[in-house]
Write a protein that binds this ligand. Structure first.
Ligand SMILES: O=C(CO)[C@H](O)[C@H](O)COP(=O)(O)O
Length: 227
């Protein structure tokens, strides 16, 4: 099946988990875009009473345009369910996120959610994390020095740039450094090491955050629950 069809499939499946009256966290990325479209349709058709908190300005704009009610995180008491995409997910339900540079808001929203569901296609289910470059969000001030520190740690850093070769800025005005590490043998240790570096705001390792993964396959949707 074409990859966009798989994204649409998992997006539609995820929306089935949304119930009237819920506060929903909306992730970011191309898969989530399909999910938000479907949620917008469902909301219109069923006249739901939903509140949404978004993980990026882009998703906020899409949701608002579809007539969904978007609130700031600090305007809601709790988030019942967050639906987001991911770049890689391993067998321990750890993942890499941040391919769309939204990892900081995504992690804050996820950590404040009662339940987290990821929607991915089966190519993103991996034995070991790390084939996908690990994004790290860093404060611009002194970021070249931090970059050198990451080089010394043999983490093969690369500043993320856009098509115009300018440094990518996140919604919080920070830079992204992608780490081309290859197999990450100990994600928990790496997460701790990265958090210990001054100037690192957040990294894209999502450890023990997701509860359920909806995987799109050529045979349909597969639901994988945390053991
Ligand atoms: O973490 C993310 C953005 O920061 C996305 O959820 C992740 O990159 C997956 O995106 P896509 O659905 O476009 O493959």
């Amino acid at each position: 099946m074409d990859q966009n069809k798989l994204k649409q499939l998992v997006g539609r499946e995820a929306v089935k988990y949304v119930e009237d009256g819920m506060t929903i966290g909306l992730g970011s990325g191309t898969t989530v875009k399909y999910m938000v479209d479907t949620l917008g349709e469902k909301n219109k058709k069923e006249h739901l009473n939903l509140m949404c908190v978004t993980t990026s300005k882009k998703t906020a704009k899409q949701a608002t345009n579809l007539g969904l009610t978007v609130k700031e995180l600090d305007q809601v008491d709790e988030i019942n369910l967050t639906i987001d995409g991911a770049d890689e997910v391993d067998h321990d339900f750890n993942g890499i996120k941040g391919g769309g540079a939204a990892l900081l808001w995504e992690k804050i929203v996820a950590k404040n959610s009662n339940r987290n569901i990821w929607i991915v296609d089966e190519n993103k289910m991996v034995n070991h994390l790390g084939k996908f470059p690990l994004p790290v969000e860093v404060i611009p001030f002194g970021s070249k020095h931090l970059f050198r520190e990451l080089q010394k740690m043999s983490l093969n850093p690369r500043f993320r740039t856009n098509v115009a070769s300018a440094l990518v800025k996140t919604d919080s005005g920070n830079y992204i450094i992608d780490l081309n590490i290859g197999n990450i043998t100990d994600p928990i240790k790496l997460a701790e090491d990265l958090k210990g570096l001054t100037g690192v705001v957040e990294h894209g390792l999502f450890i023990h955050i997701v509860d359920e993964v909806i995987v799109g396959t050529n045979d349909g949707v597969r639901i994988v629950n945390k053991k």
